[in-house]
Ligand binder design. Structure first.
Ligand SMILES: [Zn+2]
Length: 265
């Protein structure tokens, strides 16, 4: 893929992207992500996005930079320090443009994404970094393959919190489902007093940066309530439906979970 090819005459640097002239980066971006819309000509009104600056510098000016984090006592550069918490949202390791085989995280597939200015790996469509919230709009971005970070969490009505790093098969007896037996999904057991939940009821499937639910032909069905909507709408069987952050899902007659994520596109 074009985004992984070394650029002639360029030396790889940590973080990879800033040493490449912006014209080349734009070309590489176009080749690597043809789905992205072309930049509108200067002066074109764009709803919801601030107008692009025609002559934006490749590097931000001092005034645009966020304040630097406090220097640690031992004086080591901030970028070399370990992130504050070793949780699932920790910073991805640096991956340069020419690095072909970045270290895989266990279970995490490689997806095409972009780094924010602070080197957090993001959905290429994101307007803001999901980790630090910084705007991605004025960055010259170069997509590369990296380990996908967790896409959010499932909040179950019994208080369980399930981070979404892999697919989850939800049901009364999920351990026996072929998806689980073959290692394609983690089992997530859900039961109810009415026994309205099928043994293999609904699959939460991660596709690139998107979270889908698929009702597996369950007896009592799966229903989804979009964020802000009043009612649950039953899903057709075996049809993937995207979950937006804030959406609720009803499994069978009474049990529910909610999908939450700070990743907004
Ligand atoms: Zn960030």
């Amino acid at each position: 893929m074009a985004g992984e090819r070394p650029v002639a005459g360029e030396r790889p640097v940590a973080g990879g992207v800033r040493a490449v002239p912006s014209e080349q980066l734009r070309t590489m971006l176009d080749e690597a992500a043809p789905a992205l819309p072309p930049a509108p000509p200067p002066g074109t009104p764009v709803p919801e996005r601030p107008a692009p600056r025609p002559a934006a510098p490749a590097r931000p000016t001092t005034a645009e930079r966020p304040p630097l984090p406090p220097t640690p006592v031992d004086g080591s550069p901030a970028a070399d320090r370990a992130p504050a918490a070793g949780g699932p949202d920790r910073e991805p390791e640096r991956v340069s443009l020419i690095r072909k085989h970045p270290k895989r995280r266990p279970g995490g597939p490689q997806v095409l994404g972009v780094n924010c200015k602070n080197e957090h790996f993001n959905d290429p469509r994101a307007h803001y970094c999901a980790v630090c919230g910084i705007s991605m709009l004025q960055l010259t971005l170069s997509p590369f393959h990296g380990p996908r970070p967790p896409l959010g969490v499932l909040l179950l009505d019994d208080g369980q919190t399930v981070p979404l790093e892999v697919d989850h098969l939800i049901g009364r007896r999920p351990e026996r489902a072929p998806e689980v037996a073959e290692g394609r999904a983690h089992p997530l057991r859900m039961t109810d007093a009415e026994e309205s939940i099928s043994r293999r009821h609904v699959l939460v499937r991660l596709e690139e940066w998107q979270v889908n639910v698929v009702d597996l032909g369950s007896a009592n069905g799966t229903a989804i309530r979009a964020p802000g909507a009043a009612d649950f709408v039953r899903l057709p069987a075996d049809t993937p439906v995207e979950l937006a952050p804030g959406a609720a899902v009803r499994v069978g007659l009474t049990r529910t979970f909610r999908f939450e994520s700070n990743r907004k596109v």
